[in-house]
Every structure is written in structure tokens, then in C-alpha cells.
Design a protein around this ligand. Structure first.
Ligand SMILES: [Fe+2]
Length: 381
């Protein structure tokens, strides 16, 4: 009997426009008295962040903010955050922002009082049991983009600044105690971030849907998540103030992250090394390699994609689905290929090695080898 798996479904989500007004109340409900708000440099001075800090201060929770977070956060950012957490005597972390801020905030909550290295908690087997779970701080997540889905996930991505490798750090207690999904917070995103993060949500749904593992709940969520992205990402790109479409994108992002418990694949295993070496935007990089990865997996996923196309109202089976993605990419001004993102052919061997070490590669429907992965990279140039 192969129908055997371990499943978890995510955290409490307070979903809806304007619900950021509940931030202080939700922090108090989980017992926080002095949270540290972790965000990124760009967000730190924006009105949405200042309003959140004002609200915390008015409720007697202080207004501590740490924002030294790089776009692909690394252990140096984490150590600085831990120093701020300890110096301020904090009792929990509010992860406020896009994927980078959410993931780094989680790392600070995880590592502020552990004795082992963060790299010993990589998402491999039961390595997470090495952490002292009683010393992980409670997390409140507030996404301001719609893509990563980290707000409903139990992991964070951290880049090793020495090896330039991205590692997935996992612990069940990284699941936020509460998440506030307020689509109004995403209205001010720059256009290319709306596009890139939205394509990350699509990549999560698509890769989860295509992964070979048995998880029919995730399968259904992934399919509906794709529908929400196809229908709403062009709307929010054309009209950033379309709040209803913003809400659907925010739901799709959370759904993508719930779905990818089922597995990711070659889109992410290619995108992670490219992002680590060239500091490219994660979701945009996913969008660049997506059509080539579909071709790469075609023989194995064609039937599944035909079923998806039927549900999504896309004509033309597999080719129609691929064309729909190409159309979406051009609507969103996604670069044509990895060369346009600055990736050099001379580094393909190195990138191939890194892709094969990436944990996402195990969920790809077609087994990834040195030879076929290098050829896939070449097709993406
Ligand atoms: Fe992703």
C-alpha cells in the first residue's frame, strides 16, 4: 500500500482587507508583551510599517524594528537580528514583509537561544529534532507581498554567505502562531515585485501539482491556486489598486505554500542557485525557467497538465497551457531567459552541481541528473 503520508495543515489565518488593525490584539492573544518587528530595509520607512509600529506602541507593546535584511538574507543578517532581539529583551517576532523578511524573522525566532549552528537545522530527515523547541520564540506573520507563502509555512530559506548556497531551514515550530493576510498591504508593491512574487505563487502551485508524491488535498489546493493566479495576476499588474484581485492573489500565495508540502521541483532547484549566485529575484527567476521546465517534464506530466487545462478553461491541452504561461510572462514583462538576467554559460557546471544538491530537485517528476540538468540550464539561457 503506497497511500501513506504525513500531512499538516497550516496556522490560524486572519484574512481580509483592513485586518492589520488587529495586529496588536493578535500579539496580545498569544501572550506577547515585547515583540520585535522584523522587516526589510525598503519597507522600514513606509507608511504601512510605521502604522503597524504606531499600533504596537499604542497598545503598550513597544515599537522595536529590525530591518537589516538583504533580498536573499544570510546568516550575518540573522546574527545581527539575534543581537537586536537579545538586546531588546524581546519575547516574540513579528515577521512583516515579503519572503526575505518573513524568512529572516523566522530564523531569528528559531535561533536566538540555540546552541547549534543554523546549518545543522537544514531540512534533511529529522535534523529539526536537534533544536531545543522550548527556545523557539512565537511568530506572528504579516505578508506584504503575495507569493512566498512563508506566512503559512514551517520553513525559511537562508543563504550561506560563504558558499552562496541557499538552504531550507525547517522546524515545525516555525509555523506562525497567527498570520494576518491583509491584501491592502500589497497595494503599494512595485510592479516587478507584484509580477515576480505572483509568479512564485504560480510556481509553487504548478510544481506541487506536478510532483509525484501522494497528497490529494494539496493537489486540489494547487489547482485552485493556479486558477486564482491566472485570473488575478494580470488584473493586479494592470491595476495595482484592485483590492479584490489582490485578495485572491494573497490567498493563492498561501495556497501555493500549503500545496508545496507535496513537493517542489526543477523550477525551484534551478532558481535557488541562480538567486544565490546572481542575487536575482526568486519569483522572477522561477517565471523565467518555468516553460523550459514544463518541456523537460512533459512526458511525465502531460496527462496531469491536460486535466489542469480542462479545469482552468485553457484550450489546447499541454501546448495551450504552455502558451498561457508564455502569454502571462509577456504580460508581466518577465525576462525572456536566464542570459537576460545575467547568467553566464561559463558557470553552468557550478549551477548544475548546486541545483542537484537543492532539496527541491527530489520532487521533480523526472529524475534530475547532471547531464539533463545541465541541458535544461542551457535551454534556459
Ligand atoms: Fe518559491
Amino acid at each position: 500500500m503506497t497511500l501513506r503520508a504525513n500531512w499538516s495543515y497550516p496556522t490560524a489565518v486572519k484574512f481580509g482587507a483592513g485586518r492589520i488593525a488587529e495586529l496588536a490584539e493578535q500579539c496580545q492573544a498569544i501572550g506577547l508583551k515585547k515583540p520585535l518587528l522584523v522587516t526589510d530595509k525598503a519597507l522600514a520607512s513606509l507608511p504601512i510599517t510605521l502604522a503597524a509600529l504606531d499600533q504596537l506602541e499604542a497598545a503598550g507593546l513597544g515599537r522595536a524594528c529590525f530591518s537589516q535584511v538583504d533580498p536573499n538574507p544570510n546568516e550575518t543578517n540573522m546574527e545581527a537580528g539575534i543581537a537586536a532581539y537579545k538586546a531588546g529583551g524581546h519575547d516574540g517576532v513579528i515577521c512583516f514583509g515579503g519572503g526575505s523578511a518573513l524568512d529572516l524573522g523566522k530564523m531569528i525566532a528559531l535561533m536566538h537561544d540555540q546552541t547549534m549552528s543554523v546549518w545543522d537545522l537544514e531540512d534533511i530527515g529529522d535534523w529539526w529534532t536537534r533544536a531545543d523547541a522550548s527556545k523557539i520564540a512565537p511568530i506572528v506573520a504579516v505578508p506584504t507581498t503575495a507569493g512566498t507563502g512563508s506566512e503559512v509555512g514551517r520553513a525559511g530559506v537562508l543563504t550561506n554567505s560563504v558558499t552562496h548556497k541557499k538552504k531550507i531551514i525547517f522546524h515545525p515550530k516555525l509555523l506562525p502562531a497567527v498570520t494576518i493576510c491583509d491584501p491592502e498591504l500589497t497595494v503599494g508593491m512595485p510592479k516587478f515585485i507584484t509580477a515576480g512574487t505572483g509568479m512564485d505563487a504560480l510556481a509553487h502551485c504548478l510544481e506541487a501539482y506536478c510532483s509525484p508524491f501522494y497528497h490529494p488535498m494539496s493537489q486540489g489546493i494547487a489547482l485552485e491556486g493556479m486558477r486564482l493566479v491566472f485570473e488575478n495576476l494580470p488584473k493586479v499588474y494592470a491595476n495595482p489598486n484592485d483590492l479584490e484581485a489582490r485578495a485572491h492573489m494573497m490567498a493563492a500565495a498561501a495556497m501555493g505554500a500549503v500545496a508545496f508540502q507535496k513537493g517542489l521541483g526543477a523550477i525551484h532547484s534551478l532558481s535557488h542557485p541562480v538567486g544565490a549566485v546572481y542575487n536575482t529575484h526568486h519569483g522572477t527567476t522561477n517565471a523565467v525557467v518555468m516553460p523550459m521546465v514544463l518541456d523537460f517534464n512533459r512526458a511525465t506530466i502531460e496527462e496531469k497538465i491536460i486535466r489542469a487545462a480542462a479545469y482552468l478553461g485553457i484550450e489546447g491541452d499541454f501546448d495551450g497551457f504552455r502558451s498561457k504561461i508564455m502569454e502571462l510572462r509577456s504580460t508581466l514583462a518577465i525576462p525572456e531567459n536566464l542570459s537576460a538576467m545575467g547568467v553566464e554559460a561559463a558557470r553552468l557546471d557550478e549551477l548544475t552541481g548546486m541545483a542537484l544538491e537543492d532539496p527541491s530537485c527530489g520532487g521533480n517528476p523526472v529524475e534530475m541528473t547532471r547531464e539533463n540538468t545541465r541541458a535544461l540550464f542551457e535551454a534556459c539561457l
